[in-house]
Write a new protein. Sequence first.
Length: 114
Amino acid sequence: MIITTTQNVDGKEISEYIDVVTGDAIVGAHLFKDLFASVRDIVGGRSKAYEKTMRETREIALKELKENAFRVGADAVVGISLDFETLGQGNGMMMVCATGTAVKLKEPKRHIED
């Protein structure tokens, strides 16, 4: 499954726009555990613990996006955007929503050589 933030797939022609597809992931940020880890992790204002949680959450959302695109018969998803939010009391949950357009790609014509 090809996924891209662009509106097309380089070298391929889109034959059909199927539908908008999404993938969502909401994960606990483990605030209290990460509070102690952040004391150790924060270097120059960065927290490795939160970066890891964000990366894992993004991967889950993109995997779900691909699965939903596959279910509707897509070859690719174009125009993907990612939205990151914090939810819950004390921002204890992290949400990532991946959205894009599921498309069918035109098959290249085959040439018969003699």
